[in-house]
Design a protein around this ligand. Structure first.
Ligand SMILES: NC(=O)c1ccc[n+]([C@@H]2O[C@H](COP(=O)([O-])OP(=O)(O)OC[C@H]3O[C@@H](n4cnc5c(N)ncnc54)[C@H](OP(=O)(O)O)[C@@H]3O)[C@@H](O)[C@H]2O)c1
Length: 246
């Protein structure tokens, strides 16, 4: 897929990985629909960066609210008409074990159902030609590298990875779905972590450092541009899976 002139929606683009993805698409001269939830100033900052290279627009919605997703897509139909590439990036990792019903409920909606609802709206947009979905999962969503301290998050990222493959059976060749599974990636999501925890996670790689958000964004661009890749989950973890989880 040639990205110049295409329209790309990046969810959770007000921060971290989503912000880097939005800027990377703009550098390819795609128009970027910058979605944010609560962090309006973060969304604005991303849009400013996007507009240095191409054009864009800010969209707000709490993706755990079905009506707000509907409203976002109504706005897209009025202003941008359609979307060529959807990046389901938004997500919030909450710790929880098997007994934490509130976390099961929260992560189901935040990590999984939100992405399904956004995907559902994306699929029925008017289109002519190839379109793509790229989901942001996690190494925790890969089969043998889930984190028991993030049981729900791991489970619903795994569900997202499963849908990434299965959906293609009904959407291809018009819509192709793939995913990236980042390992420990330096973003504001880690702001509350202790120095010791940061060092432990950096050591739990073969590269000795966190993955950079720009490296994940680079992989998303590769997936968007390469039309032979279908239903794949591309893991970028600096070798954590090979080394063994900390
Ligand atoms: N950082 C890592 O180590 C890592 C590793 C593997 C996978 N990931 C995944 O990568 C993605 C991005 O993570 P990040 O590290 O960049 O985190 P981040 O900096 O905390 O950014 C998270 C983004 O998701 C948005 N978001 C979360 N819940 C939302 C909701 N209910 N409605 C709307 N927007 C919502 C936030 O929007 P607002 O702030 O505007 O509300 C924000 O833009 C997530 O899916 C995460 O699970 C991260």
């Amino acid at each position: 897929m040639e990205l110049a002139g295409k329209s790309v929606l990046v969810t959770g683009a007000s921060s971290g990985i989503g912000k880097a993805i939005a800027i990377a698409f703009a550098q390819k001269h795609a128009r970027v629909l910058v979605h944010y939830g609560k962090n309006k100033s973060g969304g604005r900052e991303t849009l400013d960066r996007v507009e240095k290279f191409s054009s864009g627009r800010l969209y707000q919605a709490d993706l755990m609210d079905r009506d707000q997703i509907r409203a976002l897509f109504e706005e897209v139909k009025q202003t941008d008409q359609t979307i060529d590439v959807l990046v389901n990036n938004a997500g919030d990792a909450r710790a929880g074990d098997i007994q934490d019903d509130q976390v099961w409920e929260y992560e189901y909606k935040n990590i999984f159902l939100s992405a399904m609802h956004v995907t559902e709206e994306f699929l029925v947009l008017p289109s002519s030609g190839l379109r793509k979905i790229i989901n942001v999962t996690s190494i925790y969503g890969n089969l043998h590298t889930g984190d028991p301290e993030y049981l729900q998050y791991s489970a619903f990222k795994a569900a997202l990875a499963n849908v990434t493959a299965t959906l293609n059976r009904t959407t291809a060749p018009n819509v192709i779905v793939n995913a990236v599974a980042p390992g420990y990636t330096e973003t504001p999501a880690w702001v509350g972590a202790s120095k010791e925890s940061m060092e432990t996670h950096a050591r739990a790689t073969l590269t000795g450092r966190f993955v950079r958000a720009e490296e994940v964004a680079h992989a998303v661009i590769f997936i968007a541009e390469n039309d032979a890749l279908v239903g794949q989950v591309l893991t970028l973890d600096g070798g954590t899976t090979l080394k063994g989880m900390p």
